[in-house]
Design a protein. Structure first.
Length: 239
């Protein structure tokens, strides 16, 4: 069975993702209701090795208790572990093994909210970076096969909206602007890169097609956007 990433939700209202590889499952984020996740898994959660949450904001953590009530163990940073009984604390820059998955938490800036990105090695040894709700990604990691990264907003779209009198949420200052996303992809890309998936696009301040064009033009790679119910192959293939 080739590895896949299924998007349950990606955005300011909810976030949830499922990685399936070698008949094992790793759930990223608990911002989508458990029933949505269970449906995507054909109501078979026996292969779930862990639920890994990046940070405490509700669109990523709101349904932690539901996942726990169905017998799944949730892991996150100390901030989330202190807010939810039973959540197992992860330490940054340490390896954790969940079945055939290896997960390394990396601290990333998200305003005053402690947040983790995750460097994940799949059972078939493919590697994936999961980084969302962050201002920047400062680590230099080479040889990544799959980059799942936030592309929340565009400064150009934001300025245009302001000049036209739109009421804007202030949260964009704690998220990754498309220019920073592009700079990060360029810094991390290598011949081993197989896919780029854009996460957590702002409904008001993003342009999915425009972002994909910019990444192709400026990075020389093709990107896809994480949309609800989309499924992406994580198998090794020509990019």
């Amino acid at each position: 069975m080739s590895a896949t990433l299924t998007v349950l939700a990606s955005g300011s209202s909810a976030n949830g993702y499922i990685i399936q590889a070698d008949n094992e499952v790793l759930i990223l984020e608990a911002g989508a209701p458990f029933k949505v996740c269970a449906k995507a898994l054909a109501h078979d959660i026996s292969k779930v090795k862990a639920v890994v949450c990046s940070h405490g904001h509700k669109d990523h953590s709101a349904y932690i208790k539901q996942y726990q009530q169905h017998g799944l163990t949730v892991y996150s940073n100390a901030d989330v572990a202190s807010d939810f009984d039973g959540v197992k604390e992860l330490e940054p820059m340490k390896k954790y093994h969940f079945g055939g998955f290896t997960v390394i938490p990396l601290r990333v800036p998200h305003g005053d909210c402690p947040n983790f990105a995750y460097y994940i090695t799949l059972p078939d040894r493919q590697t994936l970076l999961f980084a969302t709700d962050l201002k920047r990604f400062r680590y230099n990691i080479k040889g990544i096969n799959h980059i799942c990264i936030e592309a929340n907003f565009s400064d150009d779209i934001r300025v245009d909206a302001m000049l036209n009198g739109a009421e804007l949420r202030a949260q964009s200052r704690n998220h990754m602007e498309i220019g920073e996303t592009i700079a990060t992809i360029n810094r991390l890309k290598s011949p081993q890169l197989q896919s780029v998936i854009l996460l957590h696009l702002s409904l008001q301040l993003s342009d999915a097609d425009g972002f994909k064009r910019r990444i192709f033009n400026e990075c020389g790679v093709r990107a896809e956007v994480a949309e609800k119910n989309s499924v992406f192959s994580l198998a090794k293939a020509d990019f």
